[in-house]
Design a protein around this ligand. Structure first.
Ligand code: HEC
Length: 274
């Protein structure tokens, strides 16, 4: 069976072929770089959000560490209330080593299992691992809660000598802090940048295709078409056809302004007489 793409290529004119080839090549290369830009843009934005969460967790922990070490629960609860009131949509949880929530910005979730506030297995597993090892997971986790996207960051709370007085010295890890940062606005910004990149790339693509096509048509197709016209005239028996090669004239290679086809054909060939 005939390959339809091949058949189509054969039937296309030279200019159309060049146009299609230009579109394909330019789209492939620009598509790849567009894809790369989108990936890098999203990764950078998510890394920044994750870094922000880490900083916030460190700040909140250093603010509650002292009141905690003197058993001042009231101040810790006030801190959680502050998070709820002043940090739009941010959720902070402090849980014990059994993952039961002791303090939280979301009051109604106190005493629940922290795992209930995490939607995905990878963040739940990371929490279990952080409590067991005392090491921060090093990455944040993306999940959705009631259709809104959140970035989950986990920080284990380690036992220190100042804590032994009340918590004992048997455990290395006393609990964990978890922060859920809403990233809906961040996603909106990422999408906005993505759409703008799409428009820029589409405009650049059209510009390049038009330019390359114009360039080819000026340099190649027009000349070939001219040649085709003249040769068909010669083939039809007209031996007085004249052609001007402006490239040769411009480069000074041919001082004469025209070449007589008749000269070549009349002397070289035996033209059939009609
Ligand atoms: C004066 C006693 C006291 C000291 C010292 C103390 N805590 Fe606590 N801590 C408490 C009490 C009381 C609670 C609340 C327990 C509850 O309500 O279940 C608590 C709760 C916690 C929780 C929440 C999880 C849980 O076990 O309920 C963490 C985490 C925690 N403390 C960490 C620390 C750290 C870290 C230090 C040392 C820097 C420290 N604490 C020092 C008394 C103390």
């Amino acid at each position: 069976m005939k390959n339809p793409v091949y058949a189509l290529l054969i039937s296309m004119k030279l200019r159309a072929k060049i146009l299609v080839a230009t579109i394909v090549v330019v789209s492939v290369f620009m598509g790849l770089s567009l894809y790369q830009s989108l990936v890098i843009n999203k990764k950078t934005a998510m890394n920044q959000a994750s870094e922000f969460s880490n900083h916030m967790l460190d700040n909140i922990y250093s603010a509650i560490r002292f009141p905690m070490s003197v058993g001042d629960e009231k101040t810790v609860k006030e801190q959680m209330k502050d998070v709820k009131e002043h940090m739009d949509g941010v959720q902070v949880y402090i849980a014990d080593f059994d993952r039961n929530i002791t303090y939280a910005s979301e009051k109604e979730r106190i005493d629940l299992s922290l795992e209930k506030c995490l939607q995905k297995d990878d963040s739940r597993n990371a929490l279990v691992k952080a409590l067991a090892t005392g090491k921060t997971p090093g990455i944040s986790f993306l999940e959705t809660e009631s259709k809104d996207p959140f970035l989950v960051t986990i920080k284990p709370i380690l036992n220190e000598s100042s804590c032994h007085h009340c918590h004992g010295a048997s455990r290395n890890v006393l609990g964990a802090m978890v922060m859920k940062q809403p990233v809906k606005n961040l996603f909106a910004t990422i999408n906005y940048t993505r759409n703008r990149l799409f428009v820029y790339f589409a405009a650049a693509l059209v510009g390049m295709v038009v330019f390359i096509n114009f360039f080819f048509s000026k340099l190649v197709s027009r000349r070939i078409n001219l040649l085709k016209e003249k040769t068909s005239l010669v083939a039809a028996g007209d031996v007085t056809v004249e052609t001007v090669d402006d490239h040769q004239i411009r480069s000074g290679a041919c001082p004469a302004t025209s070449t007589r086809w008749s000269r070549t054909y009349a002397t070289g060939w035996n033209m059939p007489t009609a």
